[in-house]
Design a protein around this ligand. Structure first.
Ligand SMILES: Cc1ncc(COP(=O)(O)O)c(C=O)c1O
Length: 314
């Protein structure tokens, strides 16, 4: 990770090296933190943050689910992300806001500790690799099930959820695969360890429903809109493991991973190795995030815009 100049830390910009927390920070011990992953991309009009308001809204939704007393407004966090990109002079970068219970009382109950926010931004290439985006990646079905909604709320991007993703990812990598695909405890396909999954069969695009415990990805939502706008038949529908083996195409998507084709699942080749629908969606998505498609400009927040909310102060 290449350090940048400043990190937004509890309302102030501080030098990268000074954004420190105590080892007894509550969130470090119990995973009580909500975070986001957002991308800023270069466009003809300068760096633009992709679907910033939706990301911050999801962050605040997760905080509400977890009864966090967040000392900032949605508007302040949106503005802070934009200011951070400017402050660091970044173009293409990843933006990581986090809200966490800080330091004071130990024990499971977080409610006596102040909630603190931080936002960092740095340059980060495609999460599953540029080659993966081009030629597709190799996945395995994890022996770990995706967290069940009765165990942890899967729609909140809570740090604790990622213990589940970490187990699946480590096992997949150790077995020589690029990524894990997790099933629900009922055997439905849920998602990758940090991405949503889509399937193409006979020209129809499908992705698992909310009931499969997926994170409601903002890339997932963008792809659904792109498919609809481009006349690609689409339905939200759950599917099972063997539906992946018989798919014509499969791909993973997420802010970090963009749109990455899957070429194999558990050593079975997917389709004929060509991904025409995936390619079309991938290219349209990349054009959208880089400000090349006018109708999707509504998804962009230009970092150079001084204030997109009149009340933004951070
Ligand atoms: C578990 C999981 N699923 C799906 C996604 C994709 O979500 P998004 O497109 O909002 O980045 C992510 C990434 O944040 C994730 O961590």
């Amino acid at each position: 990770m290449q350090p940048t100049k400043k990190i937004w830390f509890d309302g102030k910009f501080v030098p990268w090296d000074d954004a420190q927390i105590h080892v007894l920070t509550h969130a470090l011990h119990y995973g009580y933190a909500i975070f986001e992953g957002i991308r800023t991309n270069s466009t003809p009009k300068g760096p633009a943050v992709f679907r910033l308001k939706e990301h911050v809204r999801r962050l605040m939704g997760g905080a509400r689910t977890y009864r966090m007393q967040v000392p900032y407004t949605e508007e302040q966090l949106v503005q802070a992300c934009l200011n951070l990109v400017n402050e660091n002079g970044l173009n293409d970068c990843y933006v990581r806001p986090i809200l966490f219970s800080s330091f004071g009382e130990m024990g499971v109950n977080p409610m006596k500790n102040k909630v603190v926010g931080a936002i960092a931004a740095w340059e980060w290439g495609s999460y599953l690799g540029d080659e993966g985006m081009e030629t597709g990646i190799r996945c395995t079905v994890s022996s770990w099930s995706r967290i069940d909604p009765r165990t942890l709320p899967p729609h909140a991007k809570c740090s604790a959820n990622y213990a589940n993703s970490i187990l699946a990812k480590m096992d997949a990598l150790s077995a020589g695969f690029d990524e894990a695909i997790l099933l629900t405890t009922d055997g439905l396909v849920a998602e990758g360890s940090g991405e949503n999954i889509f399937r193409v069969k006979d020209g129809v695009l499908t992705t698992p429903t909310r009931s499969a415990g997926v994170l409601e990805g903002i890339t997932r939502d963008s792809i659904i809109q792109i498919a609809k706008d481009n006349g690609i038949p689409f339905k939200e529908e759950d599917f099972v493991r063997e539906d992946m083996f018989t798919a014509d195409e499969l791909f993973l998507c997420g802010t970090a991973a963009n749109v990455t084709p899957i070429r194999e699942v558990d050593n079975r080749a997917i389709g004929n190795g060509k991904f025409p629908v995936t390619r079309k969606i991938q290219q349209t998505y990349l054009d959208a995030i880089h400000g090349k498609i006018e109708k999707y400009e509504r998804w962009l927040a230009y970092a150079s815009t001084p204030a997109i909310y009149s009340t933004g102060t951070a």
